[in-house]
Design a protein around this ligand. Structure first.
Ligand SMILES: CC(C)(COP(=O)(O)OP(=O)(O)OC[C@H]1O[C@@H](n2cnc3c(N)ncnc32)[C@H](O)[C@@H]1OP(=O)(O)O)[C@@H](O)C(=O)NCCC(=O)NCCS
Length: 194
């Protein structure tokens, strides 16, 4: 990634990093080298537009809840010359914080199938990689929705942005799936006087 395409750069400038998309807004965050206006990294996150569209049968409230709580990190890329210096980690953390403040509870990204380096990179940052085609099940205001990587050569990495929950793998007779599970509360030691 050498430059941001001019049309995207113009849209970012005009809308302060926010772009209107179906079911909400997409957000673009960019990173520049200190003292230099050149963009060295970019993230683009948005409501999972196609997935939300596919939930139409479940009704508007479920679609709205999905639009509120789910986000797809569609793009996170660091210019080749700037990789391995912490830029990606910092931009991912900033993107997650921005999403969290907007009410997002679960974020996912798609990684090229078998790209062990990038899968490991996300894993070390709290994401659970789904195996190819492995479903993710999420409970949204009474309805349970299921989605997967769509079989297009990518696999999902999924992270809860809610400190009280985590993404966990469950085993079922039909196969494994990822879901959001409550984190075990820390055990508070009981101190008693003697
Ligand atoms: C994946 C990608 C975003 C990572 O970005 P990055 O800026 O290279 O990542 P970081 O520098 O933050 O982290 C890379 C490693 O460098 C190490 N590192 C080296 N110097 C560092 C420094 N000064 N500060 C922090 N980390 C440093 C980190 O420890 C990290 O290793 P780890 O994963 O074992 O913890 C980047 O490689 C990329 O753009 N890839 C192509 C696009 C892509 O595949 N995107 C993901 C799918 S959307």
């Amino acid at each position: 990634m050498d430059v941001v395409p001019p049309a995207l750069a113009a849209a970012i400038d005009q809308h302060g990093g926010h772009l209107r998309v179906p079911h909400g807004r997409a957000t673009v965050l960019v990173a520049c080298a200190p003292g230099d206006a050149a963009v060295i990294a970019l993230s683009y996150s948005c409501p999972p537009v196609r997935l939300i569209g596919e939930l139409a049968d479940l009704g508007g409230p479920v679609q709205r809840r999905a639009a509120q709580t789910l986000r797809e990190l569609e793009l996170l890329a660091v210019a080749e010359h700037a990789r391995g210096t912490g830029v990606g980690t910092a931009l991912l953390a900033a993107s997650e914080e921005h999403l969290r403040q907007g009410g997002c509870k679960l974020v996912f990204a798609k990684v090229r199938q078998g790209d062990r380096q990038v899968l490991r990179w996300y894993r070390r940052r709290g994401y659970l990689p789904a195996t190819p085609h492995e479903p993710v099940r999420v409970s949204l205001g009474g309805a349970v929705i299921t989605f997967d990587d769509g079989g297009d050569g990518y696999q999902l990495v999924v992270k809860s942005l809610d400190a009280t929950t985590r993404v966990a793998r469950m085993m079922a007779s039909a196969g494994s799936y990822l879901t959001v599970a409550r984190r075990a509360s820390p055990v508070t030691p009981q101190v008693t006087g003697q």
